[in-house]
Design a protein around this ligand. Structure first.
Ligand SMILES: [Zn+2]
Length: 443
């Protein structure tokens, strides 16, 4: 006696605006493990029986329900022209699958489906004639694309649903057309783990693109059609297997790699992001993108080298006026290091001998590095210069411990006080930015 396939499932079917839940039960004959040939989870099974089954379903009066089908590990072009609501819910496509040139006239759901091979929804090589077209809603909720997901030049006539979708590999929406109007194309909890090109063509009116709680690691931000659309980002973080979602010290966008040779466009992309987050009052992200922009600016060939040096110093000393801590640390470092230089050039120090305080000019030259030095004496002299330096550079230049006028040591002291003033103002700038964030420029 032949056994029946044991696959049972529920389908959510959209009829107009209402969602119906329908219980389904497979009525095919089981071939192995209580599964029919369509539902049998074996990547090496033959493809032909599935194609026969799909053709039969396509000709029947019912919806094209291929839910929980397992497609074997051979490349497949979808065998029939789709003419009705279609379900690929929780399907597994082990091989490459192509829907090139298909017109999906009604609702189609890939909810929970896994594409282990390439999933191809792009045009048929001729972008003007055989474009794939979704006339109605297409559902990609919780769908995983393990290889490339290709949507090149395909047309979305209704807003598609991307929610919890994972693109493990390339996601290519180059020239995909948004043909609906007054809607938000929302990517929610979508992960673009490798390169994602979202350079949509917008033919509809009043379109917004929103990324909420997405992993935008792979997104080429410069590919977004931002001149015609409102783009929203919410809660951008980085994702990785070990640390899951985490906040990074500096958010580097994927474009840093792809726009290596086009720093002008990279700067422009960062500026766009900075302005975007400033307008959204997310100042911490705005400042991260400001930093990215400044770093990218250094790669620009038209940017003069003195500006590049200043830019570099500005980054190293205070992270472009964004880090108070870094500015304070640099200030301390200057205070600690300059007395060493002064001692090596020759400086008057106060020494105590037999209870008397004497002013002696010492000159360590390069000895203190290469020769045997009385380190305890050096340390005492260092302290003397350090203390006098703090007071001398700020208050009293006619002190008995000042270096002689017109000496190089004097010049060094002047340089040091200038650096101190600059660093102190950087500390103030960074401290103020907490309360009044920097306004983006140039837009
Ligand atoms: Zn079955």
């Amino acid at each position: 006696m032949s056994e029946q396939c044991q696959v049972k499932y529920q389908l959510n079917i959209l009829r107009g605006v209402n969602l119906h839940t329908i219980k389904k039960e497979c009525s095919r004959e089981a071939v192995s493990n209580g599964r029919c040939i369509c539902h049998l989870d074996d990547p090496n099974k033959p493809l032909e029986p599935l194609i026969e089954e799909i053709k039969k379903l396509s000709e029947s009066g019912q919806d094209l329900d291929c839910s929980y089908f397992i497609f074997p590990k051979v490349p497949m072009r979808f065998p029939v022209a789709i003419r009705k609501p279609t379900f690929f819910v929780h399907c597994r496509f082990y091989g490459d699958v192509s829907f090139q040139g298909q017109h999906f006239p009604s609702y189609v759901s890939f909810h929970g489906a896994h594409f282990f091979g390439k999933a191809d929804f792009s045009d048929d090589g001729n972008p003007y004639e055989k474009q794939t077209m979704f006339h109605d809603t297409v559902i990609f909720t919780s769908t995983e694309f393990h290889k490339e997901g290709l949507f090149k030049s395909c047309i979305f006539a209704a807003p598609p649903e991307f929610n919890g979708t994972i693109f493990h590999d390339l996601a290519n929406f180059a020239w995909a057309e948004i043909a609906f109007s007054s809607h938000l194309l929302e990517f929610r909890q979508v992960e673009f783990r490798k390169d994602a090109f979202l350079d949509f063509r917008i033919s509809g009116e009043n379109i917004g693109i929103a990324f909420r709680y997405c992993n935008l690691e792979g997104l080429q931000i410069s590919s977004l059609p931002r001149h015609k659309t409102q783009i929203e980002f919410e809660n951008i973080k980085k994702w990785d297997e070990k640390r899951k979602w985490y906040q990074v010290r500096r958010l580097k966008i994927r474009d840093e790699q792809t726009l290596k040779d086009n720093p002008v466009k990279l700067v422009d992309t960062y500026r766009f992001l900075e302005k975007h987050f400033y307008d959204k009052s997310d100042y911490s992200l705005a400042s991260q993108f400001y930093i990215g922009q400044m770093i990218a600016l250094r790669k620009d060939k038209n940017y003069y080298w003195p500006s590049k040096v200043l830019n570099w110093l500005y980054q190293k000393t205070s992270n472009y006026g964004e880090s108070k801590r870094r500015a304070i640390l640099t200030l301390f470092l200057i205070w600690l290091v300059f007395p060493v230089f002064l001692l090596m050039m020759g400086m008057p120090v106060s020494r105590t001998s037999n209870g008397q305080v004497l002013v002696v000019t010492v000159n360590y030259g390069l000895r203190c590095i290469f020769d045997e030095t009385d380190w305890s004496q050096f340390w005492r002299d260092y302290r003397s210069v350090f203390c006098s330096n703090l007071s001398l550079s700020t208050i009293d230049r006619k002190h008995e411990l000042s270096p002689p006028p017109d000496s190089p040591q004097r010049v060094l002291l002047i340089v040091e006080s200038l650096i101190n003033v600059v660093l102190a103002s950087l500390v103030v700038v960074a401290a103020r930015r907490r309360f009044t964030p920097k306004k983006p420029t140039g837009i």
